[in-house]
Design a protein around this ligand. Structure first.
Ligand SMILES: [Mg+2]
Length: 180
């Protein structure tokens, strides 16, 4: 079994300006945890929409409109101190420990969009399959699937749609389910 008590695991929550696979990422929240020791570390970075757009990532009018309907706190969360896309992604790459389980809330959302962003910065583009991304495809897990199967709902805490707060809520749910 890939996930055991000692496994260090990661959960990523993205905030984006589109719901396509090549969405412009504006915020990355990631929490490192293990079933044995609980929350271990966190990574949070905001990404400049201009930089994401310059790398060809997608901005969708309807998502921009959706953000206008969210709370000011949620918008402020991703607008503060943005860095360029490459800096934000390389910070994540430093944070993530290779060959560890990596979770997203949605089988084709957070991790799929993060993958597309790594392609957009030409990360390890000449490396062989398996080394062309920070993680290996078989280490990717979906919390939305798991939570629906076991009928345990995500309970958000803190600011809803703050990527780091969301990632913390997701880490708590993963630990709760895997320990149950
Ligand atoms: Mg979120």
């Amino acid at each position: 079994m890939a996930i055991n008590l000692d496994s260090v695991q990661y959960v990523v929550d993205l905030e984006t300006l589109s719901t396509r696979k090549n969405a412009a990422i504006v915020s990355i929240g990631c929490v490192e945890f293990s079933l044995k020791d609980g929350i271990l570390d966190e990574y949070f970075v905001n990404i400049s929409p201009k930089s994401a757009k310059e790398h060809g990532l997608h901005i969708d009018k309807s998502t921009v409109q959706w953000w206008a309907d969210q709370t000011q706190e949620a918008r402020d969360s991703w607008m503060k101190d943005p860095v360029d896309l490459k800096t934000g992604l390389m910070g994540f790459e430093q944070f993530y420990q290779k060959a560890c389980p990596i979770w997203g809330f949605g089988a084709d959302f957070d991790i799929a969009i993060l993958e597309s962003a790594f392609y957009a910065i030409d990360y390890h583009k000449d490396k062989v399959y398996g080394e062309h991304l920070p993680w290996r495809f078989w280490d990717v897990y979906c919390l939305r699937t798991l939570s629906n199967v076991v009928k345990m709902k995500l309970e958000k805490t803190g600011i809803n749609h703050n990527a780091l707060h969301d990632a913390h809520a997701e880490a708590e749910l993963i630990m709760k389910i895997l320990k149950s």
